[in-house]
Design a protein around this ligand. Structure first.
Ligand SMILES: [Cu+2]
Length: 113
């Protein structure tokens, strides 16, 4: 009888659970928080599918400061230094395209589903 799982088997199991959760009926599970990592001068993932009432949370993993700022400046979480976190509540009339004011080539999208 095998008692110990390999680390790889454990990780694969965790991935399977995460996938199953993601594919579940999220409408019935209430608001969720979507984490966007800011990494290597990019928003990861670049596009987030979110519902009204969800929260978008940015975590800056870069040494460089970044911002998460609506294209029309309707909302702006200001400068995020390394490991700082900022959040925005998804509303039905919000500007959904955003960028980093320090590095305008960094773009992100909050796609409402
Ligand atoms: Cu930036």
């Amino acid at each position: 009888m095998q008692v110990y799982k390999t680390r790889r088997a454990v990780l694969m199991g965790a991935a399977a659970v995460a996938t199953a959760f993601k594919a579940g009926p999220s409408a019935a599970s209430g608001p969720t928080t979507h984490v966007v990592r800011i990494k290597s001068f990019a928003f990861v993932p670049e596009r987030i599918d979110a519902r009204v009432g969800d929260t978008i949370q940015w975590v800056n993993e870069d040494l460089a400061p970044h911002t998460a700022t609506a294209d029309d400046f309707e909302w702006d979480r200001g400068e995020l230094t390394q490991n700082q976190v900022a959040e925005v509540l998804v509303t039905d009339d919000m500007q959904t395209s955003y960028f980093c004011v320090f590095h305008p080539h960094m773009k992100g999208e909050i796609a409402r589903v």
